[in-house]
Write a protein that binds this ligand. Structure first.
Ligand SMILES: N[C@@H](CCC(=O)N[C@@H](CS)C(=O)NCC(=O)O)C(=O)O
Length: 206
């Protein structure tokens, strides 16, 4: 049987696409890393299932929703919890990540720079610490991982989300040592690290 083919479509940024890139790299899975230039987005958007990316095309079938894709790849690459309760904890964590991201919507979407700064301040002074303080305690209790004292698929959306928050608020993770070391741990997974080193050469553009 021919091997499964994977094509990832996302913007030329990390964002939600990076979660899937890291997971495919971790699983030692070849994939086409296809980037959509901003000017081509309005046209490409019409061809996506729900008008958004990332889209992972699996053997030609386009699939939406980054966290659902992460869960699917986690099953393939043996990154599920040790039991149903740990699987539930993974699901609960990624739903909470979605809540955290949604709370930043007015900040992310605002175009007026003054208003954007007001939203940004509120997000980083209230919403982000509310969640990150709890996450930091959770990761410490779980031996440095998000769930069950070992690597699971949930660590990938978790780290991807934390990296995005840190990109927009440099230095943020310094206040959260357990989160910071989890981000380093995932980035230093051998296959993730090697993929990152050569990722620039592997990008394709539509
Ligand atoms: N729940 C979706 C959200 C996808 C999403 O928000 N995608 C953004 C980029 S991160 C997008 O496509 N924005 C462009 C648009 O909506 O036109 C997922 O997790 O995949």
């Amino acid at each position: 049987m021919a091997p499964t083919t994977y094509k990832l479509y996302y913007f030329d940024t990390n964002g939600r696409g990076q979660i899937i890139r890291y997971l495919l790299a971790y699983g030692n899975q070849d994939f086409e890393d296809i980037r959509i230039p901003k000017e081509k987005w309005p046209e490409f958007k019409k061809k996506t299932p729900y008008g958004q990316v990332p889209i992972l095309e699996i053997d030609g079938k386009p699939i939406a929703q980054s966290f659902a894709i992460a869960r699917y790849l986690g099953k393939k690459f043996n990154l599920v919890g040790k039991n149903d309760l740990e699987d539930l904890e993974c699901d609960s964590l990624v739903d909470t990540l979605e809540d955290l991201v949604k709370r930043g919507t007015n900040y992310f979407d605002e175009e007026n720079p003054e208003q954007k700064e007001i939203y940004r301040k509120k997000y980083y002074e209230e919403d982000v610490p509310f969640y990150l303080e709890k996450f930091d305690v959770m990761v410490s209790k779980n031996g440095g991982y998000s769930v069950g004292s070992q690597l699971t698929w949930a660590d990938f959306p978790f780290v991807g989300t934390l990296e995005e928050l840190e990109n927009r608020g440099p230095g943020l993770l310094k206040s959260y040592p357990a989160l910071s070391s989890l981000v380093d741990k995932v980035n230093n997974l051998q296959r993730v690290k090697s993929w990152k080193e050569k990722s620039a050469q592997q990008k394709k553009y539509i």
